[in-house]
Write a protein that binds this ligand. Structure first.
Ligand code: NI
Length: 265
């Protein structure tokens, strides 16, 4: 699978549970824009078989290099970002929940799920858009996890897939600010995540970001019950150059921290 095919598979899986993103992308394309992805982000647990360390070789194998490491104390997350060596293609952002920082009962729920992962078939690229690698949890389990960590509940219910794609505002011709893009998105009837302000970051931090509120779609839980839960959101990013004219290539932890909340119910 070449890189284009990989990212297309991710996108196709993503818009199935985040149909608004497809609508937003199509809207910008209808304005004559070529939509370029700034980054694609994933969520996982820090358990051996599915940790960042286990997934990273697949991303490096696509011709990517590590570009940054991040820690989110309050949400008990850790993350790494990767950039394509050749300079084309979206950046990749992998985050993982530090399960041992929660109480043991919480960890047991996560470990029960992770024990079902089929590591025999390998953690190939298809794993990244494979969805839930364990049987559907009950809605009660999902709700219990969500009380402690929305992130954990999201991964338990939806598994491995793109958590969000991100439109690069640098690559748009007719839009040069976050607010102009957000106004366009709101005119389509979609809500913007205003946790920590509509726009996270500033030219001083070299990265400005914003996002929609996640779509809500029916998801199947144990016993065949369906419940409407938050799925995926669409992000927008504008990168700035430093004093030497080099475009910022990493991420800003404080901003990403608030962007994570786009999937809160
Ligand atoms: Ni992001």
């Amino acid at each position: 699978m070449d890189n284009d095919a990989f990212f297309r598979k991710l996108w196709d899986d993503y818009v199935e549970i985040a149909p608004r993103a497809a609508g937003i992308r199509a809207h910008f394309e209808s304005l004559g824009e070529t939509v370029v992805d700034d980054h694609v982000a994933f969520r996982t647990f820090d358990r051996d078989s599915i940790s960042i360390a286990a997934l990273e070789p697949q991303i490096l194998g696509l011709g990517y290099v590590l570009s940054g490491e991040y820690r989110f104390e309050q949400k008990r997350l850790r993350a790494r970002s990767y950039s394509p060596k050749a300079g084309n293609g979206p950046r990749v952002f992998l985050s993982e929940l530090c399960v041992d920082e929660f109480d043991p009962a919480f960890g047991e729920v996560i470990d029960t799920l992770v024990s079902e992962v089929d590591t025999q078939s390998g953690m190939g690229l298809a794993y990244f858009y494979g969805g839930r690698p364990w049987a559907a949890p009950s809605f009660a389990t999902y709700s219990r996890l969500a009380e402690v960590s929305e992130y954990a509940a999201w991964v338990a219910a939806l598994g491995m897939r793109a958590n969000h794609f991100t439109i690069s505002i640098n690559a748009l011709n007719g839009f040069h600010t976050l607010e102009s893009v957000l106004a366009e998105v709101e005119a389509l009837g979609f809500s913007v995540n205003d946790s920590g302000g509509r726009v996270k970051g500033s030219p001083a931090t070299r990265l400005e970001q914003a996002s929609t509120i996640a779509d809500r779609v029916p998801v199947e839980f144990a016993g065949g019950d369906h419940y409407v839960i938050p799925t995926c959101y669409y992000e927008f990013a504008l990168r700035h150059e430093d004093g030497d004219g080099v475009l910022f290539d990493g991420f800003v932890a404080d901003s990403a921290d608030r962007i994570f909340e786009s999937t809160h119910s």
